[in-house]
Design a protein around this ligand. Structure first.
Ligand code: NAD
Length: 482
């Protein structure tokens, strides 16, 4: 029998008020294996009532007690880490290894990190002649957290943990494509008696449940991670009532490889940055730029390594890549590969769907694909694909590399590979990106600011940036006498 999920509203597990359900698919077979409440405005309204009622007590708790609750939630997930990892792997089609060794542990870390932040958060004071100023950072009230399907629980917790830590009550709207682990987290919250109404999880589609959350007048802020197209729409909605919004959007990240780069670990990391989670990570390097003198040597070695990647069932620990997350994503990526061919791209490996065993005949598998012979301004090199597809381009100088790297409307992340320290800093300064890695990829310190420029977003997450987003700043001036 199919798994049946619920919302978490006011501490209760509930179906959608309208009685609607939506199907949840196993990407490795294309078969429905769960149903999820198809929530809408009525469920959001109920969640706002519950969150509003919970806010006075939650925001008045000592920070150490809020932190203790968040740590209990982290402990509850850690105690079931294998269950969560298996569920995430099945729901999103990601290799079990990735979910178990990286994503679910990071969920636990997100909660513990922001639990600690709650107890360390401080504000400033400015003393000057005849007066003392101090700043209060006060929680906003009820806030909305909307997350995507690519790193489902990892990004969901990354958004709601700082909101709770700063004293807000949350209504979370996970992706309808991958709702299972958010529902499991809700079950853990109920088991440990997490204060009712402080964390609510409303499942459902974006245009119904998500938009109702964004438009609700009592929701004070929205943090959104997802596509640029939806993010732009939500920014317009929030502008109408001057609602605070933070946007983490798409990317088209360059990987810049200079001929002097150390070969030590280079291919391993560039393969990961291109194809981890089948390229469905906003930080993946999808445009690989290589100094011309090293181009052919790199290309041949890289393609050989890509051809050796193992694609198949996410549960098999030997597999490097699973299927794409959905039929829609599968169709989109195949369309992008077809477009690259019409634009003159030469497909060096991959280039199409993979048909595996009979059991997985309906799975959304695409072979990792490497394409060359395309210029910087074509659609393949400027539009986000979000799949296992990368392009190779050669450059002749630092200026040329920068021009290629910055030739997209996006500006999320970049990685630079060189042994020349001066050049590394010059590139880091001039790249259009909110996150730059030198001789590495995806190494994260959770205290650092995270986010993009241009069409990749607005605002920053991580550390104090997130705690500040979820608070209102008030300055108080005290006169010190005549
Ligand atoms: P999406 O924009 O389709 O959906 C994201 C979330 O928004 C989902 O929960 C969806 O239900 C909801 N949503 C959709 N329409 C809505 C509306 N009108 N009102 C309110 N909510 C709405 O994105 P996706 O396909 O789930 O995720 C992939 C995208 O996310 C890619 O573009 C990727 O680059 C981006 N992403 C960015 C980051 C980052 O940190 N910058 C991280 C991960 C993913």
């Amino acid at each position: 029998m199919n798994l049946r999920l619920n919302h978490l509203i006011g501490g209760d597990a509930r179906p959608a008020a309208n009685g609607g359900w939506l199907d949840v698919y196993d990407p490795s077979s294309g078969v429905v294996y769960a149903t999820c409440p198809d929530g809408d405005r009525d469920d959001i309204d109920a969640a706002v009532v519950a969150a509003t009622a919970a806010f006075p007590a939650w925001s008045a708790l000592p920070a150490s007690e809020r932190a203790a609750w968040m740590n209990r939630l982290a402990d509850g997930i850690e105690a079931r880490l294998d269950d969560f990892a298996r569920a995430e792997s099945r729901d999103a089609g990601k290799p079990l290894r990735l979910a178990r060794d990286f994503e679910i542990p990071r969920v636990v870390t997100n909660l513990r990190f922001f639990a600690a932040a709650a107890t360390q958060f401080a504000s400033e004071s400015h003393s000057s002649l005849g007066m003392l100023n101090y700043t209060l950072r006060q929680p906003l009230g009820v806030v909305g957290c909307i997350s995507p399907w690519n790193l489902p629980l990892y990004l969901f917790t990354w958004k709601f943990a700082p909101a709770l830590a700063a004293g807000n009550c949350v209504i979370g709207k996970p992706s309808e494509v991958t709702p299972v682990t958010a529902w499991m987290l809700g079950e853990v919250a109920r088991e440990i008696g997490f204060p009712a109404g402080v964390l609510n999880i409303v499942q459902g589609h974006g245009p119904s449940a998500g938009q109702a959350l964004v438009d609700h007048p009592l929701v004070k802020a929205i943090t959104f991670t997802g596509s640029t197209a939806v993010g732009l729409r939500l920014a317009e909605s929030c502008a109408r009532s001057l609602k605070k919004i933070s946007l983490e959007l798409g990317g088209k990240n360059p990987t810049l490889i200079f001929a002097d780069a150390s070969r030590d670990g280079l291919l391993d990391t560039v393969i990961r940055s291109a194809f981890q989670n089948s390229g469905q990570i906003c930080l993946c390097g999808s445009r690989i730029l290589i100094e011309r003198s090293y181009y052919e040597e790199f290309r041949d070695a890289f393609v050989a390594r890509v051809q050796a990647l193992r694609i198949g069932s996410p549960g098999d620990p030997d597999n490097d890549l699973g299927p794409l997350v959905s039929q829609a994503q599968f169709d989109k990526v195949l369309g992008c590969i077809a477009l690259a061919r019409t634009e003159g791209g030469r497909v060096l490996c991959g280039g199409g769907a993979l048909h595996l065993s009979d059991e997985e005949a309906g799975g959304w598998y695409i072979a990792p694909t490497v394409i060359e012979n395309l210029g910087p301004t074509c659609r393949t090199n400027t539009e986000e694909i979000f799949g296992p597809v990368v392009t190779l381009q050669a450059f002749d100088s630092e200026a040329d590399a920068l021009a290629l790297a910055n030739a997209t409307p996006y500006g999320l992340a970049a990685s630079v590979w060189t042994r020349d320290i001066g050049r590394a800093h010059r590139m880091a300064e001039k790249l259009d990106a909110g996150v730059v890695w030198i001789n590495t990829w995806m190494q994260r310190d959770l205290r650092t600011p995270f986010g993009g420029v241009k069409q990749s977003g607005l605002g920053r997450e991580g550390g104090w940036e997130a705690m500040r987003f979820f608070t209102d700043t008030k300055n108080v001036t005290v006169a010190l006498g005549p």
